[in-house]
Design a protein around this ligand. Structure first.
Ligand code: PLP
Length: 443
């Protein structure tokens, strides 16, 4: 039964009540079946009801579910940090700071970056540069870094003016250029911003390797991150990769930055770390970043009551073991390749599919005016229509921003990394049926 007193995202909408989930499917209390084509919010990366994870949670809950991190550490949290360190880099060690949401992870990243400079006696480097069409979280610090106009607008007076650089958005290049003749003008904009603001004021630059909620899987040209890394190094600025959405196999690599052979100084993880089984997120800081803190105050000034609780840590550890054992990174590549091919073939039938982009099982679809290819005005609520019709047909897709962040229509397709070939074909079939219906409904 629905409660009148539970605040839901849209207070005037009716939401189905979920009953249970199994694999890539969810079932509501009316018995309706849905393909979870976006893993919720790109989170349920293993699908639903996975017995190995439930067993691991049970086992840990029976031992001890919670200890306060200032009093105890736990075997689970220690093992999780070891495993993350093993996966992230062959060149340097990364230390793990556990938190409970992606927003907390990016807030912590911001604080560690500022603290890194302070511990060396440099107190003026307090700004974090970021890009427009980005999302790093809903808390005020994370929102300050986020170039997501609709999520910022009510709180702008409370926010720092952080976003300052254009995204590498080739489909709608901010400079109206084409790659490669653009010579990565958008990356060079970071250098211009640093010079304008002054490197002595800037602690770090933060970016999502592939843009999520704010840009429907905007994927940069190949040399982009090498250039960014280089600019950060030349100007003595840390590089933070927000891998909350892209991390842990989603894009067909364990970490999305691996696609471009680049390493960040600080990396954030969330969503897929607990895979929806538990709230857990992490900020990983490289040896270089940790050293001055280790030999300085010895304290990372962040944290929450539930940080590093053993139950969540054991769950995340089981999630990582499951990813390894079932080779889900490879599967994301394989099924992602199939989906890309199938979705691209839909472009011939539906002229309003403008761009299909992304990597692995993080796929963005931007919708456009079929004749002019202009962005679709927000007043048409086109994304809403796509999401609603798909859901009516038993398919969940994730609404995303695109265009200029206000106008523009797009979705993200990001099924669980466990999806098999047959399920992927069923997904394509349901999406095609939904698109046929939308075609009829177009103004
Ligand atoms: N960073 C990225 C890249 C995200 O996609 C999100 C959420 O969508 C966040 C941070 C914030 O995570 P959370 O909603 O868990 O606070």
């Amino acid at each position: 039964m629905a409660s009148a007193y539970l605040i839901k995202p849209h207070l005037h909408r009716t939401y189905p009540i979920v009953q249970y989930g199994k694999g890539i499917y969810l079932y509501d209390t009316d018995g309706k079946k849905y393909i979870d084509g976006c893993s919720g919010a790109v989170t349920a990366n293993l699908g639903h009801g996975v017995q190995e994870i439930i067993n691991a949670m049970n086992k840990q809950a029976k031992k001890v579910a919670f200890v306060y991190r200032s009093q105890f550490t736990s075997e689970a949290a220690e093992a999780l940090a070891e495993k993350l360190n093993k996966h992230i880099s062959r060149h340097t060690h990364y230390w793990t700071f556990l938190v409970n949401s992606g927003s907390e992870a990016t807030e912590t990243a911001m604080k560690i970056a500022i603290q890194y400079w302070q511990e060396q006696g440099i107190n003026g480097k307090n700004k974090i540069l970021s890009r427009w069409l980005s999302y790093h979280g809903i808390t005020l610090g994370a929102l300050s870094m986020s170039g997501h106009p609709t999520r910022r607008v009510r709180f702008v007076p409370l926010l720092e003016e952080f976003p300052s650089v254009s995204p590498p958005y080739c489909y709608r290049c901010p400079y109206h250029c084409t790659y490669p003749s653009c010579r990565l003008r958008c990356a060079d904009e970071l250098e211009e911003a640093i010079i304008r603001i002054g490197a002595e004021h800037i602690a770090a630059f933060i970016a999502e390797p592939i843009v999520g909620a704010a840009g429907a899987a905007i994927t940069p040209p190949d040399e982009y991150y090498k250039r960014i890394r280089n600019i950060c190094d030349r100007h003595n600025i840390l590089f933070i990769a927000d891998e909350v959405m892209t991390g842990l196999g989603r894009t067909g690599k364990m970490f999305a930055l691996e696609h471009w052979n680049v390493e960040a100084d600080i990396v954030t993880l969330g969503k897929g770390l607990g895979a929806g089984y538990t709230p857990i997120a992490a900020t990983l800081a490289s040896e270089r970043v940790m050293e001055p803190i280790l030999y300085g105050s010895g304290v990372v000034m962040s944290g929450h009551t539930l940080s590093a609780n053993p139950l969540s840590a054991a769950t995340a550890l089981a999630v990582l073991e499951f990813i390894e054992k079932h080779q889900l990174v490879q599967n994301a590549n394989k099924i992602g390749g199939y989906l890309f091919e199938q979705l691209r073939s839909l472009q011939a039938s539906f002229g309003w599919i403008g761009d299909i982009r992304g990597k692995g099982l993080l796929i963005g679809m931007e919708f456009v005016h079929p004749k002019t290819k202009e962005m679709i005005p927000s007043s048409l609520a086109f994304t809403d229509m796509v999401v609603t019709i798909a859901q009516k047909n038993g398919l969940l897709v994730y609404p995303s921003a695109s265009g200029n962040g206000k106008d523009g229509a797009a979705i993200i397709i990001a099924p669980p990394l466990t999806m098999n070939q047959e399920e992927a074909a069923e997904f394509v079939d349901l999406l095609t049926r939904s698109f046929v219906e939308i075609d009829h409904d177009l103004p």
